[in-house]
Design a protein. Structure first.
Lengths: 408, 370
């Protein structure tokens, strides 16, 4: 049990800090709030690309990738250290999370040599930005229910269908797309994975506006998209296996990035010191203190849970179901903290006088959090994962597991 | 960073779990609950024979020189098997108090006896529903203590007590009292958990000896360490309650299938698990802060305590509900955990106290002023 850096970790941290000091500016609190993973406009995308290129050149991109693929062979804990250090600087959002965290590792395992050559270096340097074309209007939690069809046509495949909730699709150059290739077999068995070029005119991307007012995800319409067979990632009808690799890496990426999402509970203390309740600073009010104390305890618990996950990953364990704990608790905590931040303003709750004031800040937290409770597996799915895979409870009844997809 | 246990520590846990599992079963707990016979001396002796009571004492004092992390493992296993033993007051509070604030003479005369199981030192910190050093009305003048302390866990079974009382300058300090001395009257109380005996002790001009290093700051530090170690005991008992309830949900059938297959039940069990793991993560940080002497201990202790209290209350209450009618019966296991949970809550003070400590601590941080 040691919370401090090992000598190797301390060396790594010092090196990271040296490079960051020479190449970026420390945050001073005046920065505009931004999402950690999503760009808001073309300017943010351009800045993100530039930052990624510089990181790649200096060997700080794709840290946990093997050296053979241009990575650094870093441990999960070193990745966390990097995230902690980089988080202290005013850097653009990491729009490469899907490419480097999800698509890269999937291609390393299931890709052909030419796919590896085409995909990996450009993902690392930020030349390509990837999105994940998995969810559909009728297949979210039940991902294996996708209906987007890919049909053989000579040496090519022709893909048609609709994807939805695709984060960053509007600025992505490429997508990893799960399609149904054989509806005559049960649903998990008839899917195939493809790597597609988002600039193809057969793909139309329409941003979806969220309740927060932002538009970071999209619907993606695919109308007779023709791709060569070399765009197929993994075997025909082996799409589910490939998707599981992607999802496992998604869990890993979320685990190492998790602790940094959303506002810190300490910010509520600072806020409660500035505003009044019952004629005195709100921080002197018993109820305010109690609520914030509970937020702190929960947020610390989530942070330390991610360190426990890191420790087991560093001991060589595969990213397991423990990630579901953080996933389950984080969104609700963020939502409650957002609501409380708004409440502290009293009758002015929710009323903002300017884009960067307290109300705008906490309103954004409150209106962003519901998405955290859905994206990457809803609260209910996480509870089912914990119940079945960790606690070993009997599985849900499934009427669709052995029936051909076409008969569902 | 390494946020897990070493192989040696895993071995300690396995050995302890086996040993405790042989002695402290839930049948034993039920028998004690029925008879009101609190202290499980057989398990305490077995711990002494195994050398576990001297775990965190130096070899010179008859111990094995291990640290707070190993003590945390012991606390968790004691919690898991629901042993009716004074692990928290004696090993997690009295021993560290003597080590940090006592004299070498006090250590030499008391620690070997604790390691052998002969000496039981109770902690008399509470009175009037409050806890030292915030609430202290007992007073010492010229080496004589007068006042009333209650509740004192294992107070009637103890040979000695460390008593919080104010000195002649009105500063709260810790004093060592021999409970067999004249001027000491002990009477048993009726605690919510009868397997954790509790007493009121009245001191009337009783002879006591100061722990010279004890002052309010030292008492706060002692409580912080105790909160971390108690969190492990709480996690142990909550984990056992969850395991029991999960097993029941897998066996009990309704509407043609095990009730654990229904989401209403499965998801509640998942919530119970998540709360325990969150508490465990905070307890890990607390154990590290305690073992390494990190300055963040007060904060770490408060968050460990708060999340452990939350987990225990939710898990033990829901454990009764998920068992249905049987869960509400005296003969079933779930209420054992509920009772122990409340007792552990009472001993170091409820959430409201620790929330205040946490915010006081954080609001002093430099960023809070900005």
């Amino acid at each position: 049990m040691d919370f401090s850096d090992s000598p190797e970790e301390a060396t790594f941290r010092a090196k990271a800090r040296d490079w960051l000091n020479a190449n970026a500016t420390l945050r001073d609190g005046s920065e505009k709030a931004q999402d950690h993973f999503m760009a808001r406009d073309a300017d943010e995308v351009a800045r993100a690309r530039d930052w990624q290129a510089r990181k790649a050149k200096a060997g700080w991109a794709g840290l946990t990738w093997p050296r053979a693929f241009g990575g650094r062979d870093a441990t999960p804990i070193e990745q966390v250290i990097w995230n902690q250090e980089e988080g202290r600087y005013a850097v653009p959002p990491n729009v490469f999370l899907i490419g480097i965290g999800l698509v890269g590792p999937t291609v390393m395992i299931h890709g052909t040599q030419s796919q590896k050559t085409a995909v990996l270096p450009r993902a690392l340097t930020g030349e390509d930005i990837w999105c994940q074309l998995f969810s559909e209007p009728a297949a979210g939690s039940d991902l294996a229910g996708i209906r987007t069809r890919a049909r053989r046509d000579g040496d090519d495949w022709v893909i048609s269908g609709q994807k939805v909730w695709t984060s960053g699709a509007h600025y992505s150059s490429h997508g990893i797309l799960l399609a149904r290739t054989d509806p005559q077999v049960p649903k998990h068995k008839g899917m195939t994975m493809f790597l597609v070029d988002m600039s193809d005119p057969a793909i139309e991307t329409r941003p979806i506006r969220q309740i927060s007012g932002g538009a970071s995800f999209n619907e993606v319409f695919i109308d007779d998209l023709r791709v060569p067979d070399s765009a197929r990632l993994g075997g025909e009808s082996e799409g589910w296996k490939v998707a599981l690799t992607t999802l496992m890496n998604e869990r890993f990426s979320i685990s190492v990035g998790r602790a940094s999402g959303g506002a810190r509970a300490e910010e509520l203390i600072a806020l409660a010191t500035r505003v009044e309740r019952n004629g005195r600073p709100a921080i002197q009010d018993g109820e305010v203190r109690a609520r914030i104390a509970d937020f702190v305890a929960r947020q610390r618990g989530l942070e330390f849970t991610s360190y426990r996950v890191m420790t087991s990953l560093s001991r060589g364990d595969a990213p397991g179901e423990e990630g579901s704990i953080g996933k389950l608790l984080l969104g609700k905590l963020r939502q409650e903290m957002g609501a409380f931040g708004l409440e502290l303003a009293g009758t002015a709750a929710g009323v903002s006088a300017g884009a960067d004031d307290d109300a705008a800040r906490w309103r954004n937290e409150y209106l962003t959090a519901p998405g955290n409770r859905i994206a990457g597996g809803s609260d209910e799915i996480q509870r089912t994962i914990i119940g079945e895979r960790i606690l070993g409870l009997p599985p849900e009844m499934r009427v669709d597991k052995t029936v051909p997809f076409s008969e569902l | 960073m390494n946020f897990g246990f070493s192989e040696e520590q895993d071995t300690i846990r396995e050995t302890l779990a086996r040993m405790l599992g042989d002695h402290a079963t839930l049948e034993v707990a039920h028998t004690r609950l029925d008879s009101g016979e609190g202290f499980d001396t057989a398990t305490w002796s077995a711990l002494a024979e195994g050398g576990w009571l001297g775990l965190a004492m130096s070899e010179a004092h008859g111990g094995s020189g291990m640290g707070a992390v190993e003590l945390a493992i012991l606390a968790e296993e004691v919690g898991r098997c629901m042993a009716a033993v004074p692990c928290l007051p004696v090993l997690c509070m009295a021993v560290p108090a003597l080590q940090s604030a006592g004299t070498e003479d006090q250590r030499r005369s008391l620690l070997p006896g604790i390691a052998e199981g002969r000496t039981i030192i109770a902690m008399a910190l509470a009175e009037g529903g409050g806890l030292a050093p915030d609430t202290v009305s007992a007073k010492v003048a010229q080496g004589r203590l007068s006042g009333q302390k209650s509740p004192v866990t294992f107070g009637a079974e103890a040979t000695h007590a460390l008593v919080a009382a104010t000195d002649e300058e009105d500063t709260p300090r810790l004093y060592l009292a021999d409970l067999t001395a004249s001027g000491v009257t002990t009477s048993a109380l009726d605690p919510i958990d009868r397997t954790r005996p509790t007493a009121e002790i009245v001191f009337d001009n009783a002879p006591v000896e100061l722990l010279p290093g004890s002052d309010p700051a030292a008492i706060y530090r002692l409580l912080s360490g105790a909160a971390v170690l108690a969190a492990f005991e709480q996690i142990g008992l909550a984990g056992r309650a969850l395991a029991l309830t999960t097993a029941y949900a897998g066996e009990r059938h309704a509407f043609g299938r095990p009730i654990g297959g229904f989401q209403a039940v499965k998801h509640r069990l998942a919530d119970m698990f998540a709360k325990i793991e969150l508490a465990r993560s905070n307890a890990f940080f607390g154990a590290w802060a305690l073992a390494s002497g990190d300055s963040r201990l007060p904060e770490a202790a408060a968050v460990a305590r708060l999340s452990a209290l939350d987990a225990v209350q939710f898990v033990t209450e829901e454990s009764i509900q998920l068992h249905g009618g049987i869960g509400f019966t005296w003969a079933a296991d779930p209420h054992l955990f509920l009772r122990r949970g409340w007792q552990l809550k009472a001993e170091l003070g409820p959430a409201v106290l620790w929330r205040e400590r946490l915010i006081d601590n954080l609001a002093d941080a430099p960023w809070a002023a900005s």
